[in-house]
Design a binder for this molecule. Structure first.
Ligand SMILES: Cc1cc2nc3c(=O)[nH]c(=O)nc-3n(C[C@H](O)[C@H](O)[C@H](O)COP(=O)(O)OP(=O)(O)OC[C@H]3O[C@@H](n4cnc5c(N)ncnc54)[C@H](O)[C@@H]3O)c2cc1C
Ligand code: SF4
Length: 339
């Protein structure tokens, strides 16, 4: 049985108290939300902490605020199950509800939070193993080792961003609010991420992610698709989040396509967007855009399935997501991996 290491736990009931505790200690301080990522990581000795500040009792960090048709604010501590079931989110941001509903199992969705999902640690076959296994290969760059076992000549870590809500929220142009004792800032969610498997967030250690801000969704069409081995529990090996707007004549005016689980950050498929802008969503246009989406997708051999097949699936899944938005029949997907 894996046990947690020794640390000091605080359970404040207000945000100001949580921030003060986060800033007070000289040792390594971590915030914990649902703990579905942090606790297993600490048990496997991936992550350590001298002090853990739980945000679970800070009521002001939970809930969905706003009216349908306007800006919506989701507290970072809102449970994934509440995000998936919220009537405004289900209607106006259906792709986000679908992404939240696809995460793991009901038990994890009833513990895990949206903020925790956005700050989730990056993952890799050579890293998400127990300590003995990792020790047997002399660890790797993400820990105390000196080699990346995925790309031995590489000076960086390529562990993948595994958050399912991140690609869809980036596509929706969501913003996040970060608060510390030094002040508050609001940034684009896409700017929270860095394509580096070790230093994957631009969030500072004492900052708490407080809110996710969604722009009004009027006229925005969206989709989320996820590829994984089993229909539940498994992490994505590819996820696709798309948000687009069409003009009165059915031509694409604006579109953002983000790919998850193929790099250390959600990656925008900008060339695919160029293929869509100013055009109607015909079969040919969609097919060209899907092929262009493969360009920024360079999966490595550090998760389930072969990288060649995952790379091919980028085309199939972007095509499927766009065909769904266009109301066209879905074709070309391995049946058991549809969602
Ligand atoms: C079996 C299993 C399957 C899973 N499957 C999936 C999956 O399919 N897709 C997926 O996306 N995830 C999956 N997860 C990962 C995880 O459960 C979810 O991502 C969950 O949303 C994490 O949220 P949490 O609140 O539990 O985060 P925690 O574990 O509490 O925190 C995660 C990280 O975020 C930081 N953090 C959390 N909240 C804040 C905040 N408000 N401000 C600052 N920092 C914060 C913590 O310090 C920690 O570093 C799975 C986990 C398990 C165990
Ligand atoms: S990508 Fe390389 S450095 Fe990063 S976790 Fe995997 S093996 Fe380690």
């Amino acid at each position: 049985m894996m046990r947690l290491p020794t640390f000091e736990l605080h359970q404040p009931t207000s945000l100001s108290e949580a921030l003060a505790l986060g800033a007070a200690s000289n040792g390594l301080v971590r915030f914990v939300a649902g703990g579905t990522d942090l606790w297993p990581n600490m048990k496997r000795r991936h992550e350590s902490a001298d002090v853990v500040v739980s945000l679970r009792r800070v009521a002001e960090l939970s809930g969905v605020r706003g009216e349908a048709g306007g800006e919506i604010r989701i507290g970072a501590m809102t449970l994934l199950s509440d995000v998936a079931e919220n009537p405004i989110i289900r209607t106006a941001y259906s792709a986000l509800a679908r992404a939240a509903d696809s995460i793991s199992s009901p038990a994890i969705r009833n513990m895990g939070t949206l903020g925790g999902n956005l700050c989730l640690d990056t993952r890799c076959t050579y890293y998400n193993q127990n300590e003995e296994w990792r020790k047997s290969i002399d660890f790797c760059l993400k820990e105390e080792g000196s080699v990346c076992w995925v790309a031995p000549n590489s000076p960086r870590c390529w562990a993948i961003s595994a958050s399912d809500t991140a690609p869809v929220l980036c596509a929706l142009d969501a913003r996040v609010r970060l608060l510390s004792q030094g002040g508050e800032r609001e940034i684009k969610l896409a700017d929270l991420y860095r394509d580096d498997g070790i230093d994957y967030l631009t969030k500072q250690p004492g900052e708490v992610l407080t809110e996710i801000v969604l722009p009004p969704s009027d006229g925005v069409e969206m989709s989320f698709w996820k590829l994984r081995r089993r229909g539940s529990i498994d992490f994505a090996v590819l996820s696709v989040g798309i948000a687009l707007r069409r003009d009165y004549a059915g031509r694409v005016e604006a579109v953002r396509i983000y790919l998850g689980a193929i790099a250390s950050a959600p990656i925008e498929a900008k060339d695919a967007a160029v293929e869509l802008i100013g055009r109607e969503l015909t079969e040919e246009v969609i097919s060209n855009a899907a092929r262009a989406a493969r360009k920024p997708a360079t999966p490595l051999d550090n998760t389930d399935f072969t990288l060649q097949w995952r790379s091919k699936m980028v085309v199939s899944y972007v095509e499927a997501a766009l065909r769904e938005i266009a109301g066209l029949p879905l074709t070309g997907l391995p049946p058991k991996h549809q969602m």
